[in-house]
Structures are given as C-alpha cells and as structure tokens.
Design a protein around this ligand. Structure first.
Ligand code: DGL
Length: 269
C-alpha cells in the first residue's frame, strides 16, 4: 500500500494529472517519468509510442510501483493495451481516456462533443469510437491541435502567442456548435483558462485531470491499494532529458522539494 503510484507522460503534461492525484490522495508516494527526450509523442508513429510506453512501464514496475497511470492521451490511445499485455494482470494500468468517456456518458445534456488532441490521438480515433459505444446518439467532432503541446512544453501559455494559436484552432469549422470540449491531451489543462475565455463560458470544458484523478482514487480503493500511512509522501521525478521547462513546471506544481533525476532507460531490457 505504501508503494508509489507510477505516472508517465512525454513531458510536463502528465504533471497536471499527478498534481490532481496529489490533491485527492495527499498521502500517496508518486514516481513520475517525463519522456522529455522523445517529446512530442503526438507526431511519432504508433510503433514508437508503444515502444516508449513499454520501456517506461517496465521501469516503473522495477521501481516497485503498485499501479501505473498513463498520464498521456497519446500513449493511452496507442500503448495502453500493449502495456497491459506486457506487464500482465498483477499491476493495474490505468489510462486517461476511459474515465473521461465514462464521465461523458453520465452527462445527458451533451449532444455534440468536441475533442482536441495530438495528431496521433486523433488519428487513432479512440475517443470517437469509445464515445459512440457509450453514447450512440452523440456527435463527436475531433480536431488535431499539434502545436499546443510543444507550445505549452516551451512555457508559452497565457500570452499573445498562445492566444493566437488557441483561437485559430478553436475557430475551426469542425468545432462549430459543440456543447462540450474534451481536452484530450494532458498538457491542455494548462491552457484551460484561455480556452474558456475563447468560448466565454458557453461550452463545457472538461477538467480531464480531476476526472482522471478521481478515477485513480476510486480504482485504488476498490483494489485495496490506498496508502493508509499518514507520513509525509515522497515524490520522485525522472526525465529522459533534463529540460528547463520541465524543471520550472515541476517546481510550480510541487513546490521546491523536488529533485529531477536524469534517467536513460532505452538501452536496457
Ligand atoms: N501530453 C500528451 C498527451 O496527453 C502528449 C503530448 C505530446 O507529447 O505530443 O497526449
């Protein structure tokens, strides 16, 4: 129960999920892996994304994690099933897509849902497929927004550049008349405010990080894996390449008690 929860993403995006998990489960120890050397995942092939997911999953398993959260929509779209098959049933693997689809299925007021995500996530069509199964009458409008994750990773948000890029994407005819929008990339909660400003409160912008965190909490409780110790939690952060943006963001989310460890996991296994 005291073992850490493993969380990974291509970069800082998964920190939005890690931070939300920390809010709802303040006693859990976390191990985070940001694959900054391969960021962005959104432009990579399905094979590459699967390969990275397996390597990182194995690393987190070897670190003794009690569960792994794939805090990346791209890796959840393309690497989830492979990682589950690879690590077997002993280690719960959670993705960021199913909880959001489940959340939508409980919102009868949604009729036309927009999905913005990386090219790889949109190409996989996983949201549209899963939403259609859960809500057969729903209309799903998907748009690839490939500039957003690198833009955020570089620290460009809440400024004129991000505003112009966000407004250009959201003005797309594809997203016309949507009533709700899934931020289907874990980087996007960092620009949620700007997206909300664009829609002026007329579109329901899902807070995907908190939906996922609530789901992780519930799943760990069901599996009896919640940490009951009231000790101060210990968090560890690993990156495959040390970047300034990641360092600044981890500081922002987790205060000053963080140590970034550079970890090369690629020539092993
Ligand atoms: N944060 C990631 C996601 O949720 C991926 C961003 C990227 O590396 O392209 O899809």
């Amino acid at each position: 129960m005291q073992s850490p929860i493993g969380i990974f993403d291509s970069g800082i995006g998964g920190l939005t999920v890690a931070n939300a998990i920390r809010q709802v489960m303040p006693h859990e120890n976390l191990i985070y892996f940001g694959d900054t050397a391969h960021m962005p995942y959104g432009d990579k092939s399905a094979e590459a994304i699967k390969y990275y997911s397996l390597k990182i999953g194995k690393f987190l398993q070897e670190k003794g994690c009690k569960a792994i959260v794939i805090a990346c929509n791209t890796a959840s779209s393309l690497g989830y099933q492979d990682l589950k098959d690879f690590l077997g049933d002993d280690l719960p693997i959670l993705n960021v897509i199913d909880p959001v689809v489940e959340f939508c299925s409980l919102q009868p007021q949604y009729h036309k849902i927009g999905v913005i995500a990386t090219k790889a996530t949109i190409k996989s069509d996983v949201y549209a497929k899963k939403l259609k199964i859960a809500l057969p009458n729903i209309e799903v409008k998907s748009l690839a927004t490939p500039l957003l994750a690198p833009m955020i990773e570089e620290g460009f948000f809440n400024n004129n550049i991000s505003k112009t890029i966000i407004n250009t994407y959201l003005s797309s005819a594809k997203l016309k008349k949507i009533d709700s929008l899934i931020l289907a990339c874990t980087h996007y909660p960092l620009i949620r405010k700007e997206i909300n400003e664009f829609y002026q409160g007329k579109v329901d912008i899902l807070n995907t990080a908190t939906i996922v965190a609530d789901d992780v909490k519930q799943k760990l409780e069901v599996l009896n894996l919640t940490n009951t110790s009231k000790e101060e939690p210990k968090h560890q952060f690993f990156v495959s390449d040390k970047t300034k943006a990641f360092e600044t963001s981890t500081q922002l989310f987790f205060g000053d008690k963080i140590n970034l460890t550079l970890k090369n996991i690629w020539d092993k296994v």
